[in-house]
Design a protein around this ligand. Structure first.
Ligand code: ADP
Length: 629
């Protein structure tokens, strides 16, 4: 049975509808509006009915609204939905959605029937979403530092930002639809790292991306970022978002730091080893010396102690020099000098090691000498380093040669037929702490800074140092080139003559030191070398012995109690016999001002503790010919 409605029921329906219902005449004026209009736009129905057509529609929307209305009127039985801004009674603009149908031809109706609903909030929400999306898109686009792209569930790219193009080298059109595996290295693809990232994203909410990525051109960069799941409203995963950036520089810096720290640790381990060995040897020798004398011990132990002490001092000197060079504090005391005696001195220094390993050592130098401007101590130090390396890294019975020549520069080549240097080692041999594998068994000793030092010192002299080796077992060759002091041309080479004069007669030396061990040991060493010695432990005793013992030379410690070494020297110089004595200061300090002070006090020479005995004895033998060396 058909439903029956009476007029009052219709009225209730219309007046209680959520939307305001209105009838509009052909010319656009409202002829009826339901009371709901007051809730929607604030006007009473009577007020509403006084408005002209579209009077309260926003001026920007008015024309379009009128056009659409004309369209509606022109099309019988049609309907349309429009959304326009309409002024509320309170003056605000409301988005009103109007669903209108043309009933102009319907008998008894003859009107446009429209229902009006306030959709402002819905519009605002949609607008907010649109703006947020817009904002997000522009952030994604402007984040050119970041590669941001999304993939489907299989990891195939489906969106791509400009940062991704910049970083990975693919245009959006080239990459959409392709698997994100193309950005992974072959090794990572072998281990399905892309899939592992997606898996982590699913299981843990995000997957860490820290790896070398591959660009379109095949080059690699260190990418750092995340892969995250993309969910739809229902929470189901629809794909993945990947965001990462190029952190290659940071990665490399980190690795360099790690490497430096590793090298520092290695260095400390080597240093500890290098210090422990000589100290152990010295303490053993000291123990042996306390035992009843036996010939072998009494010869061997002191020798060993002196060798090890020398080694320790050299180690310390090298370390201090490296630190000075690093801080730019190393100053050269340059003078014009002949290279030949400087190299000869270096050869003398390493001779014990060369002899111990029964190497032959030949030194040839251009006749007429080679003059350069440099610091003799530093140049000698470089050759001591090169020569001791040649001796260390050559098996017993090897041959070492030093050839000094000049063309437009002085060239000195130190060659050995030893263990040689691998191609890899050749490239880093001058770097601090670089040591070849075979020398790491530590049987050769050393800190790996000798060549670093040599290169720095030669640099400071305006020269160069280079290395050659045909490889393992094929020997090594180090060439030093230094600027000549002046033009010289005498290409002939002659063997050098380095023999020093043998001792002829005894000589008196007074040793003055308040440290009894130092005094006795030094005096004993001198005695062993054939000097006649005497010892004083303080200033007054020294002055007295200078008179009564009549020494040719006095080794005088500066830091004496009561009367210091300077005063003792002055008083001795004032005496008749003291004028001709050879006075040597022995001091803990070796700065310029300390040397000047000792010179002013009357000293002929200044030694810094610990005294290098070889230098001391050669000084004595040089100053006074025909005495023991
Ligand atoms: P150290 O000798 O204290 O290790 P250096 O800086 O003097 O340090 O030398 C660095 C490394 O270079 C050595 O450990 C050794 O591996 C290699 N090397 C140096 N000179 C020679 C050489 N003449 N023959 C073979 N290897 C050498």
């Amino acid at each position: 049975m058909a439903q029956m409605f009476d007029a009052s029921l219709f009225r209730i329906l219309i007046e209680h509808s959520f939307d305001a219902i209105t009838t509009i005449t052909r010319d656009g004026r409202a002829s009826y509006v339901s009371p709901v209009i007051t809730r929607v736009l604030g006007y009473s129905p009577d007020e509403f009915l006084t408005f002209d057509a579209f009077e309260i529609v926003h001026p920007d929307d008015r024309k379009a609204a009128a056009d659409r209305f004309t369209e509606l009127v022109a099309t019988p039985n049609s309907s349309q939905t429009t959304v326009n801004r309409v002024r509320h009674k309170d003056g605000s603009w409301r988005w009103i959605e109007t669903v209108a149908s043309n009933h102009l031809d319907t008998p008894h109706v003859d009107a446009i029937i429209a229902s009006c609903r306030d959709v402002t909030e819905r519009r605002q929400a949609t607008e907010a979403v649109r703006q947020a999306e817009e904002k997000f898109r522009s952030i994604v686009e402007s984040a050119t530092e970041f590669a941001i792209f999304t993939t489907d569930l299989n990891g195939n790219v489906n969106s791509w930002n400009s940062g991704a193009s910049r970083l990975l080298g693919y245009d959006e059109s080239e990459v959409i639809g392709r698997s994100c595996r193309i950005f992974f290295s072959p090794e990572d693809n072998e281990r399905d790292k892309a899939e592992a990232e997606m898996h982590d994203a699913l299981v843990q909410g995000r997957g860490r991306d820290e790896r070398w990525h591959v660009r379109k051109d095949g080059s690699q960069f260190w990418g750092s970022g995340w892969m995250m799941p993309l969910r739809d409203e229902a929470g189901s995963v629809r794909g993945y978002l990947k965001i990462f950036r190029d952190m290659t520089r940071t990665k490399l810096a980190e690795e360099a730091l790690k490497e430096a720290s590793r090298r520092k640790d290695d260095f400390l381990a080597i240093l500890a080893h290098e210090l422990r060995n000589p100290l152990a040897a010295i303490s053993n020798a000291a123990l042996l010396l306390q035992m009843p004398a036996d010939d072998r011990t009494s010869e061997w132990a002191p020798d060993m102690i002196s060798r090890q002490t020398k080694y320790l001092s050299r180690l310390l000197d090298d370390l201090l020099d490296v630190s000075r060079i690093t801080r730019g504090k190393l100053r050269l005391k340059n003078e014009r000098l002949d290279l030949s005696p400087v190299i000869a001195k270096a050869i003398e220094t390493v001779r014990p090691l060369v002899e111990e390993k029964r190497h032959s050592l030949a030194f040839t130098v251009s006749a007429g000498g080679i003059s350069v401007v440099g610091d003799p101590v530093r140049i000698e130090q470089v050759f001591v380093n090169l020569l001791s390396n040649a001796a260390k890294y050559t098996d017993e019975g090897g041959s070492i040669s030093v050839i000094a020549q000049k063309d437009e520069m002085a060239t000195i080549v130190v060659r050995d037929n030893g263990i040689g240097i691998s191609a890899d080692m050749l490239t880093r041999i001058f770097e601090p702490f670089a040591q070849a594998e075979q020398s790491l068994d530590r049987s050769q000793g050393g800190l790996g800074i000798g060549l670093t030092l040599a290169r720095s010192l030669i640099d400071l002299h305006g020269g160069t140092i280079s290395v050659k080796s045909e490889g393992a077992g094929r020997g090594s060759e180090f060439a030093i080139r230094l600027p000549l002091a002046s033009s010289e041309n005498d290409p002939e080479t002659l063997p050098a003559n380095q023999t020093l004069l043998p001792p002829k007669r005894t000589y008196r030396v007074l040793v003055v030191d308040d440290n009894q061990d130092s005094a006795v040991s030094l005096a004993t060493l001198l005695k062993v070398r054939g000097y006649e010695t005497n010892i004083a432990y303080d200033g007054p005793a020294a002055i007295e012995l200078a008179r009564s013992f009549g020494p040719d030379a006095i080794l005088l410690d500066i830091g004496l109690p009561n009367i210091d070494g300077y005063e003792v020297a002055r008083q001795i110089r004032n005496s008749e016999r003291g004028k001709s004595m050879f006075l040597i200061a022995i001091s803990g300090y070796g700065q310029e001002q300390d040397r000047r002070r000792s010179k002013e006090a009357g000293f002929d020479h200044h030694f810094v503790k610990p005294v290098d005995f070889t230098s001391l004895s050669s000084l004595l033998s040089e100053r006074v010919p025909n005495v023991p060396k």
